[in-house]
Design a protein around this ligand. Structure first.
Ligand code: DGJ
Length: 729
């Protein structure tokens, strides 16, 4: 899977249908040769180009004047010794200089994929599934070392990359910048696709044509954020869901990041990703190593849809872990939008009872069960049950719900502290803060300083105590604000700018310990919905609450955008009450169900208030969900019509053996006497015939459904939808 040509010093990584090639130049730099559709690889060295650029392009090698780092396509560039483009890293030396000169020292190809210390990463289950290339570079003057790491997979079309920055010298060094990845792609005829938004409007698709200069996205919020997802793709001009070259890069990290493209004067596109260097510094004492997080690279020659399915396959089976990885997820009812903070045992029982009658499998008790939390002004950090609301304790309510035949799930927000709490009274220095400065509150809360070991231990102990106190089988792990005054009481002045990353390492440590100690609990992460929907979190918790916006029409864009990278099995999707609490929209129960069925399905309303007719429909939705969730969770996902481009949205799921499919179609606004047309399905077996249940049902050939299409469904009214089921005959 990783081939090395000693004569040309070219490494060729082959991952399923992808090739990636780099070369060690005569001068000892790592040049980028190729990333794209799989090639045989014999003549890859022919892609290596050095061009004479006399004026204003420095010569890096006096023996070969045309060799310039400023024009070389590189894998991990520096600034200061002749490349004027944006660098991937910067070491600051004791003399204040940031000039370094790293050259090739050695390389190693190993079977399998080593874990990244303390960080989430894609994994290989067996050593013959993957090979890893480690290229070591050294700066002679400082004895600093950089190890570039690349993994190629046998069964997945992905390459993973990460970097270790080591200080093997005797002086203290400072890492001002430590990105995880750089690729200098040839040409700039691409569009940059990104997933941007804000709270209740996460991961909308945006595409822009590359222009010379810098285009980038970043987070400075202390989390990956609602605003920019740590993902970008370069999309060949005109690429569609089904056609064109697409290069996607996704960060396996949940904190501040930067990702972007600099189009240089010679029209290469420098694609880069890593921890945001803004407000970052890492002091590297002699002998210390800094491990930069992982980036996953996915190329597709089958359009954006092809890229998404490659990410989905990899993430479903080699990023998420634990016993729920390969299991369909329970259908749940969550009390948040039903009761908010105002509940007691009776109300909970009533919702759970109604759920049990309708076929629900899990009841989730959301915010408000602990401390004195009657609203959002108090008690975060005080993880002991509120006896006013639950006089018989957690154990009793868990038992009652379980006696009804439902599993029990519980909400936590472990990373936070309310200034109005026991915890804050006892430990006012446990939050992120800067001495003498205001402690800015958001939602009346402060952020615990997870860079501290005592805080990490407190969270592990208190959450574990609650989870051990009753048979709880699901946890919703929330996080409801961004970080301000990012400083730690325990770190010295010259390490304060490490706090944000140390927080993430602390969080990963806490999540690793808790999820390993409770392997039978299904963990769902959440950050005001999708404020931390990233591959880092999915390593610890296999699903995420996609958005606090549960309106079915808003969810079309949110779920469609999220699916660009993340598998549908990682998205929570619930039917909630109308008028919708976030956007005040009225939609039918049918449409709310049809949209939520494309995710980990559930309800977030008071089921006990439903009419008999509504209850019948809910029963049907639940039965349908139980039937189709294996293909929704583990099948191939195809986006058919985009909510970003028109009034109609459609997507479908196809089982891996192509014998079953499930299609969702939603029309946002009714058009008077509107167009009549067809829409085309995807992913079916062209040689099979399918029985199609739904509007204009019947038996049809797979090739006909894909190449000729099926009549667009007819509706009466706004926000209408329907579903189709297909079975091969
Ligand atoms: C934000 C979450 O996204 C909601 O679903 C809910 O759990 C609230 N927090 C509770 O405070």
């Amino acid at each position: 899977m990783i081939l090395y040509n000693e004569a040309t010093r070219v490494f060729h990584l082959q991952s399923h249908d992808t090739s990636y090639a780099v070369k060690i130049t005569n001068q000892g730099h790592v040049a980028h040769l190729y990333w794209g559709r799989k090639v045989s690889g014999e003549y890859l060295d022919g892609l290596y180009q050095i061009n004479i650029r006399p004026s204003f392009t420095p010569s890096t090698d006096l023996e070969q004047l045309e060799y310039s780092l400023d024009t070389l396509q590189q894998e991990l560039p520096a600034y200061g010794d002749s490349d004027f483009r944006t660098p991937a890293y910067q070491f600051q030396l004791p003399n204040g200089s940031t000039v370094t000169d790293f050259r090739y020292e050695s390389h190693e190809i190993i079977n399998g994929k080593p874990k990244l210390d303390g960080l989430p990463s894609v994994y290989a289950e067996a050593d013959d599934e993957a090979q890893t290339l480690l290229i070591t570079l050294r700066d002679q003057l400082t004895n600093a070392v950089i190890v570039l790491s690349y993994t190629a997979f046998r069964d997945f079309s992905a390459i993973t990359r990460s970097v270790q920055y080591r200080n093997e010298g005797t002086d203290v060094l400072n890492l001002n910048r430590a990105l995880s990845m750089n690729i200098d792609m040839p040409g700039y005829n691409y569009e940059m696709l990104q997933l941007s938004g804000t709270w209740v409007r996460e991961r909308y698709i945006h595409r822009r044509k590359l222009e010379p200069g810098m285009q980038s996205i970043e987070s400075r919020r202390g989390s990956s954020s609602h605003v920019q997802n740590p993902f970008i793709a370069l999309v060949s001009e005109g690429a569609t869901e089904q056609h064109g070259d697409v290069y996607g890069v996704n960060f396996v990290y949940s904190g501040n990041f930067i990702a972007g493209v600099e189009v240089d004067p010679y029209l290469h596109s420098r694609l880069f990703m890593g921890i945001n260097p803004f407000d970052f510094n890492w002091k590297l004492e002699a002998g210390e190593t800094f491990q930069a997080p992982e980036v996953v690279l996915v190329h597709s020659h089958e359009g954006i849809g092809g890229m998404s399915r490659r990410f989905h396959d990899l993430y479903r089976s080699r990023l998420t872990r634990g016993e729920f990885r390969d299991k369909v997820r329970p259908i749940l009812v969550n009390n948040w939008e039903a009761t908010y903070f105002d509940f007691n045992e009776e109300k909970i029982e009533a919702i759970a009872q109604a759920g049990q009658e309708l076929g629900i499998e899990l009841f989730v008790l959301d915010d408000g069960w602990f401390g004195k939390r009657d609203n959002d002004t108090t008690s975060l950090g005080d993880w002991f049950v509120d006896r006013k609301k639950l006089p018989n304790g957690l154990e009793s309510i868990v038992k009652k719900v379980r006696d009804l035949g439902l599993e029990f799930g519980l909400w936590f927000e472990p990373e936070m502290i309310s200034p109005e709490s026991e915890l804050y009274r006892n430990h006012p220095d446990w939050c992120l803060h800067v001495d003498g400065r205001r402690r800015t509150e958001a939602r009346n809360q402060l952020v615990l300083d997870l860079s501290r070991e005592d805080v990490q231990n407190y969270i592990v102990e208190t959450v574990s105590d609650v989870l051990s106190s009753a048979p709880i089988t699901y946890v919703k792990w929330d996080m409801n604000r961004n970080m301000t005054e990012i400083g730690s009481a325990l770190l010295p002045a010259d390490r304060q700018r490490e706090t944000a990353h140390r927080y993430m390492l602390g969080l990963y440590n806490v999540m690793e310990r808790i999820t390993t100690a409770f392997p039978h609990i299904l963990f769902e992460s959440c950050s005001g919905g999708g404020g931390r929907f990233d591959a880092g979190m999915l390593y610890y918790m296999p699903q995420t609450w996609t958005s606090d916006n549960s309106d079915a029409i808003s969810r079309l864009k949110i779920q469609y955008g999220t699916s660009i990278v993340y598998p549908v099995s990682s998205m929570g999707a619930h039917v909630s009450a109308v008028p919708n609490h976030q956007v005040n929209r009225m939609t039918s129960l049918e449409t709310r169900g049809n949209v939520a069925l494309s995710g980990n399905f559930g309800y977030e309303l008071d089921l006990s208030k439903f009419s008999d007719e509504e209850k019948e429909l809910v029963k049907e939705q639940i039965e349908l969900c139980k039937d189709i969730r294996p293909i929704v969770s583990f099948g191939d996902f195809y986006r058919l019509l985009s909510p970003f481009e028109g009034n109609e949205t459609s997507w479908m799921f196809v089982s891996k053996d192509k014998t079953e499919a499930f299609v969702v179609f939603v029309k946002v606004l009714q058009e008077p006497n509107g167009a009549i047309g067809r829409f085309r399905l995807q992913g079916l077996d062209p040689n099979k015939s399918y029985r199609l249940e739904g509007q204009n049902g019947g038996v049809f050939a797979g090739d006909q459904l894909m190449y000729a299409g099926h009549p667009v469904p007819q509706f009466y009214g706004d926000f209408q939808s329907c579903v189709y089921r297909l079975t091969a005959i």
